[in-house]
Design a protein around this ligand. Structure first.
Ligand code: SIN
Length: 267
């Protein structure tokens, strides 16, 4: 089947049809996938059957991989590049991170060099729930009221990890995509602490107005997972959130492998 790109929603996202990621992909195919990723920000590859090694190899086509700070206790044995996101337990202990992404965020935004993108591969899924929401921060920036753009100006914000508060970085509230040159909103409710140079209440009020704007349905695509889906999102211009409404239900099994591609310093 020839490679095809099919748009998934008005907000963002496209399905890549006709590519078996368990085999090395040709350079011409890579160029098309890379272009589609820049244009649509989230790519969905259906019906994949990937070993951890194959997922790592495909991810590495886009750059070196990042080790997640939680990877010490949540990585796949023998594959430190793979973060396990899972509700499975073994001997009463979680086998991976149970509640990754409870709020809108961009992966590793608290690093000096946040992630370029993440690839999440669905291995086992519940009968309902567990969607991942993706929000287009390029569109959100373009449609942000001028009043809010002016209030932020060129300011930066402080980001920190929720699990390790010593991991901190300051990044522009509005960043420029290093490959497309397009501006997007980079702050997020999970990892942004405050806007630099503002009183705490003013910063909190401004961030909360920006978040309300970013969470409008016109910017959002909600991905309903099927087993074998591999979803690749651009952390430089997309926020994401996991639907955790059934997290405490013992029959709710959602087991996934994530690779995270290293990015560069936001500007
Ligand atoms: C993540 O935040 O990387 C995980 C998203 C998900 O589990 O849907």
């Amino acid at each position: 089947m020839p490679l095809m790109i099919r748009q998934l929603s008005e907000a963002l996202g496209a399905e890549v049809i006709g590519l078996d990621l368990s085999r090395p992909i040709a350079d011409a195919e890579f160029v098309r996938v890379h272009r589609a990723h820049l244009d649509h920000h989230v790519l969905v590859f259906r019906e994949q059957q990937l070993t951890p090694r194959q997922q790592i190899e495909f991810s590495r086509r886009f750059g070196p991989l990042d080790a997640h700070p939680s990877q010490g206790d949540a990585h796949l044995a023998g594959h430190p590049e793979i973060l396990v996101i899972s509700t499975r337990q073994e001997n009463g202990k979680d086998v991976g991170i149970r509640n990754a992404g409870p709020l809108w965020h961009s992966d590793l935004a608290y690093r000096q060099q946040p992630s370029l993108g993440s690839m999440l591969y669905a291995i086992e899924l519940p009968d309902s729930g567990g969607n991942t929401g993706f929000a287009n921060m390029v569109k959100a920036y373009e449609r942000l009221p001028a009043r809010l753009k002016a209030a932020v100006g060129e300011r930066r914000a402080l980001f920190s990890s929720t699990r390790n508060l010593s991991l901190l970085a300051h990044h522009p509230v509005f960043r420029t995509h290093p490959e497309t040159g397009r501006k997007s909103i980079f702050v997020n409710p999970q990892l942004t602490k405050s806007i630099d140079g503002m009183a705490a209440e003013d910063s909190a009020a401004l961030l909360s107005e920006i978040y309300v704007h970013c969470q409008q349905p016109e910017f959002i695509y909600s991905h309903e997972w099927r087993p074998g889906d591999l979803v690749f999102w651009d952390n430089r211009c997309v926020l994401h959130i996991a639907d955790h409404t059934r997290l405490d239900d013992p029959t709710y099994i959602r087991h996934m492998h994530r690779t995270t591609i290293a990015g560069d310093q936001p500007f």
